[in-house]
Design a protein around this ligand. Sequence first.
Ligand code: CDV
Length: 308
Amino acid sequence: MTVMKIAGAQLGAIQKADSREKVVARMIALLEEAASKGAEMVVYPELALTTFFPRWYMEDWNEVDTWFEREMPNGATLPLFERARDLHVAITFGYAELTPDGHHFNTSILTNRKGEIVGKYRKIHLPGHSEYDTERAFQHLEKRYFEPGDMGFNVWRNEGVVMGMAICNDRRWPETFRCLGLQGVELVTIGYNTPSVNAQMSAEGLEKRLFHSELSLQAGAYQNATFVAGIAKAGVEDGHSLMGGSIIVDPDGFILARATTEEDELILAECDFSKCAFGKKTIFDFDRHRRIEHYGRITSQTGVILDV
Ligand code: CDV
Protein backbone atom coordinates (compact mmCIF):
# COMPACT_ATOMS: atom_id res chain seq x y z
CA MET A 1 0.00 0.00 0.00
CA THR A 2 1.50 3.33 -1.04
CA VAL A 3 0.46 6.63 0.42
CA MET A 4 2.11 9.68 -1.11
CA LYS A 5 1.66 13.38 -0.53
CA ILE A 6 1.31 14.96 -3.96
CA ALA A 7 1.78 18.70 -4.52
CA GLY A 8 0.50 20.65 -7.48
CA ALA A 9 2.72 23.66 -8.16
CA GLN A 10 0.55 26.05 -10.12
CA LEU A 11 2.63 28.76 -11.77
CA GLY A 12 1.42 32.30 -12.26
CA ALA A 13 2.14 34.27 -15.40
CA ILE A 14 5.50 34.07 -17.15
CA GLN A 15 6.19 37.06 -19.36
CA LYS A 16 7.99 36.88 -22.71
CA ALA A 17 10.97 38.69 -21.22
CA ASP A 18 11.32 36.34 -18.22
CA SER A 19 14.42 34.12 -18.35
CA ARG A 20 14.39 30.37 -17.73
CA GLU A 21 16.59 31.02 -14.68
CA LYS A 22 13.99 33.34 -13.17
CA VAL A 23 11.21 30.78 -13.72
CA VAL A 24 13.32 27.91 -12.33
CA ALA A 25 13.92 29.98 -9.19
CA ARG A 26 10.14 30.24 -8.76
CA MET A 27 9.78 26.49 -9.34
CA ILE A 28 12.44 25.79 -6.71
CA ALA A 29 10.67 28.06 -4.20
CA LEU A 30 7.47 26.01 -4.70
CA LEU A 31 9.47 22.78 -4.47
CA GLU A 32 10.97 23.86 -1.15
CA GLU A 33 7.56 24.84 0.20
CA ALA A 34 6.19 21.46 -0.95
CA ALA A 35 9.03 19.55 0.72
CA SER A 36 8.60 21.52 3.96
CA LYS A 37 4.96 20.40 3.96
CA GLY A 38 5.87 16.75 3.46
CA ALA A 39 5.25 16.40 -0.30
CA GLU A 40 7.03 13.53 -2.03
CA MET A 41 6.14 14.60 -5.54
CA VAL A 42 5.53 17.98 -7.23
CA VAL A 43 3.52 18.41 -10.43
CA TYR A 44 4.21 21.54 -12.54
CA PRO A 45 2.33 22.83 -15.61
CA GLU A 46 2.69 22.40 -19.36
CA LEU A 47 5.49 24.50 -20.97
CA ALA A 48 6.53 25.47 -17.46
CA LEU A 49 9.78 27.21 -18.34
CA THR A 50 8.50 29.98 -20.61
CA THR A 51 5.52 32.10 -21.51
CA PHE A 52 2.89 30.27 -23.57
CA PHE A 53 4.70 31.16 -26.80
CA PRO A 54 2.23 29.42 -29.23
CA ARG A 55 0.08 32.54 -28.90
CA TRP A 56 2.71 34.40 -30.95
CA TYR A 57 2.95 33.99 -34.73
CA MET A 58 6.54 33.53 -35.85
CA GLU A 59 7.93 32.83 -39.34
CA ASP A 60 11.60 32.66 -38.44
CA TRP A 61 12.38 29.18 -37.12
CA ASN A 62 15.59 30.44 -35.53
CA GLU A 63 13.34 32.60 -33.36
CA VAL A 64 10.92 29.70 -32.75
CA ASP A 65 13.78 27.49 -31.61
CA THR A 66 14.74 29.94 -28.87
CA TRP A 67 11.63 28.71 -26.99
CA PHE A 68 12.79 25.07 -27.13
CA GLU A 69 15.15 22.99 -24.94
CA ARG A 70 17.77 20.90 -26.73
CA GLU A 71 18.53 18.76 -23.68
CA MET A 72 17.01 18.02 -20.30
CA PRO A 73 18.31 18.77 -17.79
CA ASN A 74 20.24 21.72 -19.18
CA GLY A 75 22.09 24.65 -17.64
CA ALA A 76 18.92 26.49 -16.67
CA THR A 77 17.01 23.53 -15.24
CA LEU A 78 19.82 21.59 -13.54
CA PRO A 79 19.36 23.52 -10.24
CA LEU A 80 15.75 22.28 -10.14
CA PHE A 81 16.78 18.65 -10.65
CA GLU A 82 19.53 18.98 -8.03
CA ARG A 83 17.25 20.59 -5.46
CA ALA A 84 14.58 17.94 -6.06
CA ARG A 85 17.19 15.20 -5.60
CA ASP A 86 18.49 16.83 -2.39
CA LEU A 87 14.97 17.20 -1.01
CA HIS A 88 14.10 13.68 -2.18
CA VAL A 89 11.05 14.85 -4.13
CA ALA A 90 9.91 13.46 -7.51
CA ILE A 91 8.92 16.08 -10.08
CA THR A 92 7.13 16.31 -13.41
CA PHE A 93 7.01 19.38 -15.66
CA GLY A 94 6.42 20.35 -19.26
CA TYR A 95 8.73 22.06 -21.75
CA ALA A 96 9.18 22.54 -25.48
CA GLU A 97 11.57 19.86 -26.74
CA LEU A 98 13.81 20.15 -29.82
CA THR A 99 15.34 16.76 -30.59
CA PRO A 100 18.88 16.32 -31.98
CA ASP A 101 17.37 15.44 -35.38
CA GLY A 102 15.23 18.59 -35.49
CA HIS A 103 11.78 17.47 -34.26
CA HIS A 104 9.65 19.78 -32.12
CA PHE A 105 7.43 18.39 -29.38
CA ASN A 106 5.35 19.67 -26.47
CA THR A 107 6.87 17.37 -23.86
CA SER A 108 6.74 16.51 -20.21
CA ILE A 109 9.14 14.45 -18.11
CA LEU A 110 8.82 12.55 -14.87
CA THR A 111 11.59 11.96 -12.34
CA ASN A 112 11.98 9.66 -9.38
CA ARG A 113 12.94 10.98 -5.95
CA LYS A 114 16.63 10.72 -6.88
CA GLY A 115 16.21 13.38 -9.57
CA GLU A 116 16.55 10.84 -12.40
CA ILE A 117 14.26 11.09 -15.42
CA VAL A 118 12.20 7.90 -15.55
CA GLY A 119 9.52 8.86 -18.07
CA LYS A 120 8.84 11.15 -21.02
CA TYR A 121 5.58 12.00 -22.78
CA ARG A 122 5.06 14.04 -25.96
CA LYS A 123 1.67 15.75 -26.31
CA ILE A 124 -0.62 13.89 -28.70
CA HIS A 125 -3.73 16.09 -28.95
CA LEU A 126 -2.44 19.41 -30.28
CA PRO A 127 -5.16 22.07 -30.39
CA GLY A 128 -5.25 25.22 -32.49
CA HIS A 129 -4.00 25.87 -36.01
CA SER A 130 -0.83 26.16 -38.07
CA GLU A 131 -1.27 29.45 -39.99
CA TYR A 132 -2.14 32.97 -38.83
CA ASP A 133 -5.91 33.06 -38.25
CA THR A 134 -7.56 36.48 -38.66
CA GLU A 135 -10.87 35.16 -37.29
CA ARG A 136 -9.52 34.48 -33.82
CA ALA A 137 -9.28 36.96 -30.96
CA PHE A 138 -5.76 35.63 -30.38
CA GLN A 139 -3.60 32.93 -31.91
CA HIS A 140 -3.09 29.36 -30.69
CA LEU A 141 -0.36 27.98 -32.96
CA GLU A 142 0.45 24.63 -31.37
CA LYS A 143 -0.16 22.87 -34.68
CA ARG A 144 2.49 25.17 -36.25
CA TYR A 145 5.24 24.72 -33.69
CA PHE A 146 4.79 21.11 -32.54
CA GLU A 147 4.45 17.70 -34.13
CA PRO A 148 1.98 15.27 -32.56
CA GLY A 149 3.69 13.14 -29.95
CA ASP A 150 5.26 9.94 -31.23
CA MET A 151 5.53 7.94 -28.01
CA GLY A 152 1.93 7.02 -27.23
CA PHE A 153 0.41 7.00 -23.76
CA ASN A 154 2.66 5.12 -21.35
CA VAL A 155 2.91 4.45 -17.62
CA TRP A 156 5.87 3.97 -15.31
CA ARG A 157 6.03 2.40 -11.86
CA ASN A 158 7.61 5.31 -10.01
CA GLU A 159 8.16 5.26 -6.26
CA GLY A 160 5.66 2.41 -5.96
CA VAL A 161 2.88 4.12 -7.93
CA VAL A 162 1.79 3.47 -11.54
CA MET A 163 2.09 6.95 -13.08
CA GLY A 164 1.14 8.32 -16.49
CA MET A 165 1.38 11.76 -18.06
CA ALA A 166 -0.80 13.77 -20.44
CA ILE A 167 -0.69 17.44 -21.39
CA CYS A 168 -3.46 20.08 -21.38
CA ASN A 169 -5.81 19.43 -24.31
CA ASP A 170 -5.29 15.66 -23.82
CA ARG A 171 -7.47 15.92 -20.70
CA ARG A 172 -10.54 16.61 -22.80
CA TRP A 173 -10.25 13.26 -24.62
CA PRO A 174 -11.50 10.11 -22.86
CA GLU A 175 -9.14 8.10 -25.10
CA THR A 176 -6.20 9.61 -23.19
CA PHE A 177 -7.40 8.38 -19.83
CA ARG A 178 -8.54 5.00 -21.14
CA CYS A 179 -5.17 4.27 -22.73
CA LEU A 180 -3.57 4.97 -19.36
CA GLY A 181 -6.35 3.19 -17.45
CA LEU A 182 -5.78 0.05 -19.52
CA GLN A 183 -2.22 0.01 -18.15
CA GLY A 184 -3.47 0.19 -14.55
CA VAL A 185 -2.63 3.85 -13.99
CA GLU A 186 -2.96 5.15 -10.42
CA LEU A 187 -1.83 8.77 -10.92
CA VAL A 188 -2.26 10.85 -14.08
CA THR A 189 -0.41 14.16 -14.10
CA ILE A 190 -1.58 16.84 -16.54
CA GLY A 191 -0.10 20.30 -16.85
CA TYR A 192 -2.04 22.89 -18.80
CA ASN A 193 -2.12 26.42 -20.27
CA THR A 194 -5.77 27.24 -20.93
CA PRO A 195 -6.77 30.74 -22.04
CA SER A 196 -9.49 32.22 -19.80
CA VAL A 197 -11.68 32.90 -22.83
CA ASN A 198 -12.32 30.99 -26.04
CA ALA A 199 -10.46 32.63 -28.96
CA GLN A 200 -13.32 31.65 -31.28
CA MET A 201 -16.31 32.42 -29.03
CA SER A 202 -16.01 35.47 -26.80
CA ALA A 203 -19.14 34.45 -24.84
CA GLU A 204 -17.27 31.42 -23.49
CA GLY A 205 -15.57 32.84 -20.45
CA LEU A 206 -13.82 31.73 -17.32
CA GLU A 207 -16.73 30.00 -15.57
CA LYS A 208 -17.42 27.63 -18.44
CA ARG A 209 -13.69 27.04 -19.09
CA LEU A 210 -13.14 26.05 -15.44
CA PHE A 211 -16.21 23.82 -15.50
CA HIS A 212 -15.04 21.95 -18.61
CA SER A 213 -11.59 21.46 -17.13
CA GLU A 214 -12.94 20.05 -13.87
CA LEU A 215 -15.52 17.95 -15.69
CA SER A 216 -12.81 16.33 -17.82
CA LEU A 217 -10.36 15.72 -14.99
CA GLN A 218 -13.00 14.37 -12.60
CA ALA A 219 -14.53 12.10 -15.26
CA GLY A 220 -11.11 10.77 -16.26
CA ALA A 221 -10.30 9.99 -12.64
CA TYR A 222 -13.60 8.27 -11.84
CA GLN A 223 -13.92 6.28 -15.07
CA ASN A 224 -10.42 4.85 -14.66
CA ALA A 225 -10.26 4.67 -10.85
CA THR A 226 -7.15 6.80 -10.67
CA PHE A 227 -5.88 9.93 -8.96
CA VAL A 228 -5.46 12.88 -11.33
CA ALA A 229 -3.48 16.09 -10.83
CA GLY A 230 -4.37 18.85 -13.31
CA ILE A 231 -2.02 21.80 -12.80
CA ALA A 232 -2.24 25.20 -14.50
CA LYS A 233 -0.01 27.93 -15.68
CA ALA A 234 -2.25 30.89 -14.93
CA GLY A 235 -2.40 34.67 -14.84
CA VAL A 236 -1.96 37.40 -17.40
CA GLU A 237 0.97 36.81 -19.76
CA ASP A 238 1.77 39.90 -21.85
CA GLY A 239 -1.91 40.90 -21.85
CA HIS A 240 -3.31 37.37 -22.37
CA SER A 241 -5.18 35.71 -19.52
CA LEU A 242 -4.71 32.04 -18.62
CA MET A 243 -7.11 30.40 -16.17
CA GLY A 244 -6.05 28.76 -12.90
CA GLY A 245 -8.23 26.06 -11.41
CA SER A 246 -5.52 23.50 -10.62
CA ILE A 247 -7.00 20.47 -8.87
CA ILE A 248 -6.06 17.07 -7.47
CA VAL A 249 -8.85 14.49 -7.89
CA ASP A 250 -9.34 11.12 -6.19
CA PRO A 251 -10.40 7.84 -7.87
CA ASP A 252 -14.05 8.55 -7.02
CA GLY A 253 -13.84 11.80 -8.95
CA PHE A 254 -13.90 14.02 -5.87
CA ILE A 255 -11.66 17.09 -5.75
CA LEU A 256 -9.16 16.83 -2.87
CA ALA A 257 -7.38 20.16 -3.39
CA ARG A 258 -8.04 23.21 -5.53
CA ALA A 259 -6.04 26.37 -6.28
CA THR A 260 -7.80 29.62 -5.48
CA THR A 261 -5.51 32.16 -7.17
CA GLU A 262 -4.00 32.73 -10.61
CA GLU A 263 -0.50 33.00 -9.16
CA ASP A 264 2.30 30.71 -8.01
CA GLU A 265 0.36 28.51 -5.60
CA LEU A 266 0.89 25.13 -4.03
CA ILE A 267 -1.94 22.64 -3.53
CA LEU A 268 -1.46 19.43 -1.57
CA ALA A 269 -3.26 16.12 -1.23
CA GLU A 270 -2.42 12.97 0.64
CA CYS A 271 -3.08 10.22 -1.90
CA ASP A 272 -3.71 6.69 -0.65
CA PHE A 273 -3.18 4.71 -3.83
CA SER A 274 -4.84 1.60 -2.38
CA LYS A 275 -8.09 3.53 -3.02
CA CYS A 276 -7.65 2.89 -6.76
CA ALA A 277 -8.26 -0.83 -6.28
CA PHE A 278 -11.99 -0.77 -5.52
CA GLY A 279 -13.10 0.89 -8.75
CA LYS A 280 -10.61 -1.14 -10.79
CA LYS A 281 -12.00 -4.41 -9.35
CA THR A 282 -15.70 -3.56 -9.51
CA ILE A 283 -17.57 -1.15 -11.79
CA PHE A 284 -14.48 -0.40 -13.89
CA ASP A 285 -13.04 -3.90 -13.97
CA PHE A 286 -12.18 -3.55 -17.65
CA ASP A 287 -11.45 -7.23 -18.10
CA ARG A 288 -14.97 -8.28 -17.08
CA HIS A 289 -17.05 -5.42 -18.43
CA ARG A 290 -15.52 -3.82 -21.53
CA ARG A 291 -17.02 -4.86 -24.87
CA ILE A 292 -14.21 -4.27 -27.33
CA GLU A 293 -16.09 -6.03 -30.13
CA HIS A 294 -18.22 -2.86 -30.27
CA TYR A 295 -15.42 -0.30 -29.98
CA GLY A 296 -13.88 -0.72 -33.43
CA ARG A 297 -14.80 2.81 -34.52
CA ILE A 298 -12.63 4.26 -31.77
CA THR A 299 -9.45 3.27 -33.62
CA SER A 300 -10.65 2.82 -37.20
CA GLN A 301 -12.48 6.14 -37.65
CA THR A 302 -11.30 9.67 -36.81
CA GLY A 303 -14.16 12.09 -37.60
CA VAL A 304 -17.93 11.73 -37.58
CA ILE A 305 -19.44 9.75 -40.47
CA LEU A 306 -23.10 10.72 -40.73
CA ASP A 307 -24.89 7.80 -42.33
CA VAL A 308 -28.55 8.39 -41.44
N1 CDV B 1 -2.56 24.31 -24.24
C1 CDV B 1 -3.73 23.76 -24.61
O1 CDV B 1 -3.77 22.62 -25.06
N2 CDV B 1 -4.84 24.55 -24.48
C2 CDV B 1 -6.15 24.13 -24.90
C3 CDV B 1 -6.99 25.31 -25.29
C4 CDV B 1 -6.55 25.88 -26.58
C5 CDV B 1 -8.47 24.93 -25.43
C6 CDV B 1 -6.87 23.36 -23.79
O2 CDV B 1 -7.44 22.31 -24.10
O3 CDV B 1 -6.93 23.83 -22.67
